[in-house]
Design a binder for this molecule. Structure first.
Ligand code: AP5
Length: 194
């Protein structure tokens, strides 16, 4: 299974991917984590990435694609993976489709985690009290939400049109959200097997 998780910052993409990766035994690929790991290397590339992430802007498509493709060629991704927060733009989605096609595979499911803005802000500010993330400040959260609406939301139509998009109510408890996702994955698996 190759499954994309789309959702605004704070919707629970990471939380749900961590659960599903265990259940399906396929890797969890978070471009946010990959970019933060590069950023910590204190290189010129890291400083370039920091200038985007720390202001709530998206890293350039070419850079994200380079990192994602390299990871996808690793052997543990052979039987599938979970994409957390990737793709985030139409060009990224098109390039991912092309790349997967070149590997003789495709996406099975795109999960759209829906959540109200006040709840998202509340969750991220709460997280900021217990762990540090440079982009969990009120100002940067506002720009991340805006970037999601302008750059990532158009992807929903792209995937809906292809018949792979499933909406999930992300306002419920993590257990309830996971139950919805588990059900959708199971339905998709059965369809694939038919
Ligand atoms: P990334 O690291 O992907 O962050 P994000 O999309 O902003 O999302 P978050 O990690 O904040 O939230 P989440 O939806 O994963 O929710 P989580 O489970 O953590 O990206 C960071 C940056 O990297 C981007 O802004 C961009 O600059 C760059 N980037 C990344 N990918 C890129 C790409 N493809 N292209 C270009 N740039 C890219 O949960 C949040 C909090 O809520 C947690 O504390 C959690 O415990 C809590 N929570 C989760 N679910 C629930 C629930 N159901 N009820 C109550 N609390 C909950």
């Amino acid at each position: 299974m190759r499954i994309v998780f789309i959702g605004p910052p704070g919707a629970g993409k990471g939380t749900q991917c961590k659960r599903l990766t265990e259940r399906l035994s396929i890797p969890h690929l978070s471009t946010g984590d990959m970019l933060r790991a590069t950023l910590e290397q204190q290189s010129a590339l890291g400083r370039q990435i920091a200038s985007f992430i720390n202001h709530g802007m998206l890293a350039p498509d070419y850079l994200v694609m380079r990192i994602a493709k390299k990871r996808l060629l690793e052997s543990d991704c052979k039987n599938g993976c979970l994409f957390d927060g990737f793709p985030r733009t139409i060009p990224q989605a098109q390039l991912l489709d092309e790349f997967l096609q070149s590997l003789g595979t495709q996406l099975d499911l795109v999960i759209n985690l829906k959540c109200q803005q006040e709840e998202l802000v509340k969750r991220m500010l709460k997280r900021a009290m217990i762990e540090f993330r440079a982009d969990d400040t009120a100002e940067t959260i506002a720009s991340r939400l805006k970037v999601f609406r302008t750059m990532t939301e158009p992807l929903l139509e792209y995937y809906r049109h292809r018949g792979v998009l499933c909406d999930v109510d992300g306002m419920q408890t993590p257990d309830e959200v996971f139950e919805q996702i588990r059900e959708m994955v199971s339905v998709r698996k059965h369809k694939r097997a038919e």
